[in-house]
Design a protein around this ligand. Sequence first.
Ligand code: F6R
Length: 610
Amino acid sequence: MCGIVGYVGSRNSVPILIEGLQRLEYRGYDSAGLALIQDGSLMVIKKAGKVVDLVDLIGDANLCSHLGIGHTRWATHGEPNDLNAHPHWDCNKEIAIIHNGIIENYATLKTKLEHDGHRILTATDTEILVHLIEEMYKRADDLFTAVRLALLEVEGAYGILVISKREPDKIVAARKGSPLVIGLGENENLVASDAAALVDHTRQVVYLEDGEVACLTASSFVTKTIHDQEIIKQVEEISFDLEQIEKGGYEHFMLKEIHEQPESIRNSLRGRLLVHDGTAKLGGLEPVLDTLYKAQRIIITACGTSWHAALVGKYMLEQLTGIPVEVDYASEFRYRNPVINPGDVVFVISQSGETADTLAALREAKSKGATAIGIVNVVGSTIARETDAGVYIHAGPEIGVASTKAFTSQITVLSLISLLLGRNRGLPQDQGCKLANDLQSLPEKVAKIFGEASHIQDIAEEFKHAQNFIYLGRGSNFPTALEGALKLKEISYIHAEGYPAAEMKHGPIALIDENMPVVFIVPKDAIYEKVLSNMQEVRARKGRIIAVANEDDREIDSLADHVIRVPRTYSYFGPVVNSIPLQLLAYYIAIARGCNVDQPRNLAKSVTVE
Ligand code: F6R
């Protein structure tokens, strides 16, 4: 959730840290701060608000430091104010820490530390940790050891960077549950919670694992477990460009990422779709293919938008493979002692690959003997590394907090898996070819929808003052409706609900009146007529209908107040196409209401706390 960056080397760390924080601001943005070692002294500068407020605070101060750490916060313990902003320091102001995660036993540690004379000034769990390190520093020879010893007493999740003015050339980093990646440069080393902050400086990276502690100087790094065993780490190469994480002429990351979808879907399919054979080839699944072919049941677990993609996956997988599929919120799965039988395969879907609940669900599934398959975007992320096998969605970096291109790529990858398994379980080749052709045409169909943008903008203008929205769809467009509603509430703060269209008459219909906009996803599929009946029911109660319908559908004109046209798509893959206008509608409504779409209130990308 929080953004972390550290630098040690021959250059001035300050602009590097600020720029890194700006790249990481999507992870949290309620306060920001730096700790620097300058001329042998340790200074901390921090401020509630955005990174730009920190930059204003620094103003013309001539800061020049060759070692520093920076943080952008998403508050968990303690309100977002100047005092609670990171970095935090110890009683003697010799050690500074930044932290992402939650120290669960902080209350017990706090009582003990206060009893030992430590003065705790903030409401954060992080400050407890720096005092614990201070305590350990009294008996350890160096900061590296002190941090290690302190972490042995900590329960919870952390990605931390710690510096001390007594060892002015070192950054100590440690992770458990919150990602950290070290960037190796020439006469400099960096460390960050996300490779996005490093890519400008180096492509050589080392991913820290849970339970590992690293000590960085400008010319070296050492890694140990918290139990003092030295580990040799593998150096890996970052594969994405800086350009991919910049706005590229768009006003917002979200709009850029919506428009990237033809390309991101193409990338998800690239080299995997065998159109002539009517099947797919997924190298990442090869180690588990036998198990997968014989699966008795598939359980898909995820959170938020990724959970919606999982629901779409259920429709496709069950229809094309005949394997029963269950979809579970990761946060529920992890605590409900789920029944896992031999022959069950668990799919874990996550854009970031770091979501705490999803990671815990994965570990729960594995501890019960399930084969776990990851469908992940961020390469090298924890979920990607801990699953038995997996398929990267290759959507490219997603910076906008509201997920867009990851959703359509997740569905694309689920389609490929459905096709592969379906063919193995008896789906005829001609049907496989038809599906493969349809999949291949998705990028083109998605690109066509951008022609509707100004029409959607007009609709957004008309409905920008609405207080509620209902989204309705059936079949695999029910999860599309859920996703449309989620996008709207996330970025415009309008209350929105998604329902299966037929479910409306069992309750939500009571809400329909002339002030209620109802978005219907109504492609010409097998249940088209049924959805038309649901539209009639809304119309009879004067609800205002926005329909997402096929280009050649004229019947819809007499029922809907507004029609957004989308190309026809085979029904299982329809959500990829149908979700695009819903993303645009949410975006334009949020803009019309003056909302910050890339950094909506209370949210953060990558939810690494429970
Ligand atoms: C919504 C959104 C969230 C995420 C959820 C899971 O736009 O982005 O609902 O989908 O927090 O995140 P990942 O996919 O990173 O596990």
